[in-house]
Structure formats: structure tokens, C-alpha cells
Design a protein around this ligand. Structure first.
Ligand code: NDP
Ligand code: 2IT
Length: 445
């Protein structure tokens, strides 16, 4: 048994109640043994043991009162995973499915993703099992205030900088930030990212994950000499990441033919993204409203990955494990040549195996969706400088970072003799090596 296999076996026993974390761990350890073959000394240093264990896990009670005067209690979490590269950094997710398993997976992934951005950020993730769906603005505000009343003890611009993730957008960040300032009696802008433009937020942060996904996809297609114009693109999800991935794909001459949400999907050869924005960003509604709102297109309940739609490129931007082996086979049968993950781990390990076996270009989330956290890093820089850059300047930096992540993957492919399409191993190796180098330099702790 090699080092990665031994560690995976040990963690499987220790964390047997964390299937999603174990899945993410397998994706990483299944493709990084080469690092340890090259550097056998790392095993004695306990590198993997130290990487896998979060620095600290914080769990707290979040009581709040709804509009009818009824008291509710949710669970709040922050998993501070690794900070050798900079302050802990990563989003907050508000969704009923949030538990320690989800946050261990997301925090672990975040460490390597943040390393790939080349910006000085460690990895963390947090959130709550609170469901913002169907809640009034005032209920969301009271929840956020209660959440921050506890979280504020553990965060700070040089300590830990949360941002958004599923269920946490500009509205939630605003309420969280307001409460932080009030408790601390300060104006530390860099404590949260994804803030409103008028009070320290960065232009292009809202667009960044989706735009960055397409910048990475473009690099991947170009490396294989595949033209992007006219390609049929299927996007799952219709939240922050999905909307701006669709927008940039369209700007780049691709044709977006479908999107989805947690209940169903729309298919439309003339997809109207402004209608999707109106439904999702303004009304916080369901895609069910789409055909009536814009007068064309089709809505159906269920997963967009269970229907036969001809598409060249799939951009899963909803949530984890949207695509299993069967769904991946269906995508391949329907003509997919590239899959780029806007969401974190939307493809399970069987799906990834199908892509690699069939020569599909596959961009794993930790490389392809790193544009969001990278632009959060740029927001932190602007906050420290007390300056705001223009949209074009931030977008250009985001573009350069995505190109550099692609280059890092290619460098790892060259160094380890990997297949030119194996971005899974390449991203894991490139991200992990940076973290390991910093860990060794900083000593054992
Ligand atoms: P949002 O909350 O803005 O949107 C989530 C979207 O996914 C919604 O449209 C939601 O539908 C849909 N969804 C939820 N569950 C499912 C499902 N089972 N099948 C299909 N669609 C589903 O979140 P984000 O766009 O911010 O995040 C999406 C993904 O991207 C997550 O995996 C997140 O971790 C990842 N990510 C986010 C970044 C960011 O900057 N925001 C950065 C990098 C990654 P409904 O509207 O019905 O709820
Ligand atoms: O998964 C992610 O990278 C995010 N949700 C963005 C985190 C951030 O700090 O901007």
C-alpha cells in the first residue's frame, strides 16, 4: 500500500460518517501519489496527515426569531482548514444540507484551489443548515446578525475572510458585514468579500466565478485546437455561478441551450438570459416561470442530465454530485467533448472516470471555478489599498489568473508525464505542491 492509499484507508475508518468528504479525498489522493514517489521524505514529515486534518473546526448555535415571533435554532459552522499560504479564505453556504461532512469536503478542496490562484490565501469553509428560501428579508437579516454575533470572534482581515457560496449572495454578505462592523466598532473592509460595490466590494466579483470558468474552458479548448464558436453549451444551476458562466459563454460566441435549478430545467434554442436573471436574481423564483415570462422555451421537472440533449460542452454549476457515471455516459452519448465544473465536485468519481476513459476534456472545480475566490483575493487587495479598480482592470486580472492556473496544470502535466487531458491530476498536484512547500518552510505545527 502506498502513502496515499494508506492515508485514505485510515481516514475511511476515522471519518466513516463523512461520505462526501471521503469522495473528495479520494479524488485528490487517487491522483497525487506521484508527488510522494518523487519525495519519499514527505511521508516521514506526516505531510498528508497534517493536510487532511483541519486546523480548527468551530460549531455554534444560531437562534433567530421569524416574522411571526417564533424562535428557531440553526447550526453555524466554520472549518478553518489550512493557513500556510495566507488568512483562511472561503465561502459560507446557507442550505439545509449543510453539515460537517459537506464543509470538510468544501474546506479541503478550497485549500488547493486557493493555492492555484497564486494569491496569498489559506483555505476555509463555513455556513449553516439555515434555508434562506421563502424567508423574508428581515428574517434573513435577523439570522445573519445572530450568525455573525458568534462568527465574529473567529474572523478578521488577516485571520479569516469569509465570502458567499450557495444561498449566500450580496444580500446576506451585506447583513453579515453590517453586524461585524457594529460588534467590532471598526471599518475593517477586508473581513468579508462579495460586499456591495458602494461599501468596499469589488467590481466583477459577482461575475467572477462564471467568467473565470469560461476563461479556463477557452484555454483548455485552445490547447487542443478546438474552436469554441457555435458550440452548444448546457449549464446546470441558475444561481450566481451559472448565470455568469452562461453570460460569458454567449459573449464568446457559444450557444447556451439549457439551464436548471433544484426542481427542474429549461431548454431553449433562443435562451433568454435576462429572463433567467429576472426570475433568479430579482424574484428569487423558480425556472418554472421562464416559458411564461419570455414566451418561448420549455420547462420540465427533474434533472437536465436525465434527458437526451445534444450538446458539446457541459458546465455543471449547481451543486455537488449532480452527475454520476450514468449521467456522464449519457452526456458522452449526446456528443459532449468538454466538461468544466463551475460548482464544487458536481461530478462524482465514476463520472470523472468516464470522462478520462473517453478522452473528454474535463476541468475540475478547484481549477475551473477558482476565479471567484481569486477575485475575492483582489477585493482584499483593493480594501487594503483603500482603492477600487475598474471592472476592466479586475476582469483582466481575473483572466490572467485563470490563464496562469491553466499554465500551472500544463506544467504539472509536463513534469509528471501526464496525459495532456488529465487536468484532475495536474490541478491536484500543482495546488498540493505549493501548500506542501509552504508547510515544510514553516515547520511542523
Ligand atoms: P447559488 O445559491 O447562487 O445558486 C445555486 C444554484 O444551484 C441554484 O440555481 C439552485 O437552484 C441550483 N441547485 C441547487 N441544488 C441543485 C441540484 N440538486 N440540481 C441542480 N441545481 C441545483 O449558488 P452559487 O451559484 O454561488 O454556487 C453554485 C456552486 O458553485 C456551488 O457548488 C458552489 O460551491 C460553487 N462555487 C461558488 C462560487 C461563488 O463565488 N459563488 C465560487 C466557486 C464555486 P434553486 O434556485 O432552485 O435553489
Ligand atoms: O467555492 C468557492 O471558491 C467560493 N464559494 C468562493 C469563496 C470566496 O472566498 O470567494
Amino acid at each position: 500500500m502506498n502513502y496515499c492509499e494508506r492515508i485514505e484507508e485510515e481516514v475511511k475508518k476515522k471519518d466513516s460518517d463523512m461520505p462526501v468528504f471521503l469522495q473528495a479525498l479520494h479524488e485528490v489522493l487517487g491522483s497525487t501519489q506521484m508527488i510522494f514517489d518523487k519525495h519519499p521524505e514527505y511521508e516521514k514529515m506526516g505531510i498528508l496527515e497534517r493536510l487532511i486534518e483541519p486546523d480548527r473546526i468551530i460549531q455554534f448555535k444560531v437562534p433567530w426569531v421569524d416574522d411571526h415571533g417564533v424562535t428557531h435554532v440553526n447550526r453555524g459552522f466554520r472549518v478553518q482548514y489550512n493557513h500556510v499560504l495566507g488568512p483562511y479564505k472561503g465561502g459560507l453556504r446557507f442550505h439545509p444540507s449543510v453539515n460537517m461532512d459537506t464543509l470538510r469536503f468544501l474546506g479541503f478542496e478550497q485549500v488547493f484551489k486557493n493555492a492555484l490562484t497564486t494569491l496569498p490565501m489559506g483555505g476555509a469553509k463555513g455556513g449553516s443548515d439555515f434555508d434562506p428560501k421563502g424567508k423574508s428579508d428581515m428574517e434573513v437579516m435577523r439570522f445573519c446578525q445572530s450568525f455573525m454575533l458568534e462568527l465574529n470572534r473567529y474572523i478578521g482581515p488577516d485571520e479569516d475572510v469569509p465570502a458567499g457560496d450557495m444561498g449566500v449572495g450580496g444580500r446576506e454578505i451585506g447583513y453579515l458585514y453590517g453586524m461585524y462592523l457594529r460588534i467590532r466598532n471598526c471599518a475593517e473592509r477586508g473581513v468579508l468579500t462579495g460586499k456591495g460595490i458602494g461599501y468596499g466590494g469589488s467590481l466583477a466579483r459577482k461575475e467572477a466565478t462564471g467568467y473565470g470558468l469560461i476563461y479556463f474552458l477557452n484555454e483548455m479548448l485552445e490547447a487542443q485546437h478546438i474552436a469554441r464558436e457555435g458550440k452548444r453549451v448546457l449549464v446546470s444551476g441558475s444561481g450566481n455561478v451559472a448565470i455568469y458562466a452562461a453570460e460569458k459563454a454567449m459573449q464568446c460566441g457559444m450557444k447556451v441551450i439549457g439551464m436548471s435549478d433544484s426542481k427542474g430545467y429549461i431548454l431553449d434554442e433562443e435562451l433568454d438570459l435576462e429572463a433567467v436573471k429576472e426570475i433568479k436574481e430579482n424574484r428569487r423564483g423558480s425556472l418554472k416561470e421562464y416559458p411564461t415570462l419570455c414566451g418561448h422555451g420549455l420547462y420540465k421537472e427533474g434533472s437536465v442530465y436525465d434527458v437526451d440533449v445534444k450538446c458539446d460542452i457541459a458546465l455543471p454549476c449547481g451543486t455537488q454530485n449532480e452527475i454520476n457515471g450514468e449521467r456522464a455516459k449519457r452526456l458522452i452519448k449526446n456528443g459532449v467533448i468538454a466538461v468544466a465544473e463551475g460548482a464544487n465536485m458536481p461530478d462524482d468519481n465514476e463520472a470523472i472516470e468516464e470522462y478520462l476513459k473517453n478522452g473528454i476534456l474535463f476541468a475540475p472545480g478547484k481549477a475551473a471555478n477558482a476565479g471567484g475566490v481569486a477575485t475575492s483575493g483582489l477585493e482584499m487587495s483593493q480594501n487594503s489599498l483603500r482603492l477600487s479598480w475598474s471592472f476592466e482592470e479586475v476582469d483582466q486580472r481575473l483572466h490572467d489568473i485563470m490563464v496562469s492556473i491553466h499554465k500551472q496544470c500544463q506544467k504539472a502535466m509536463d513534469e509528471y508525464g501526464l496525459d495532456r487531458k488529465n487536468y484532475v491530476a495536474a490541478a491536484n498536484i500543482a495546488g498540493m505542491q505549493k501548500v506542501i512547500d509552504a508547510m515544510i518552510a514553516q515547520g511542523i505545527f
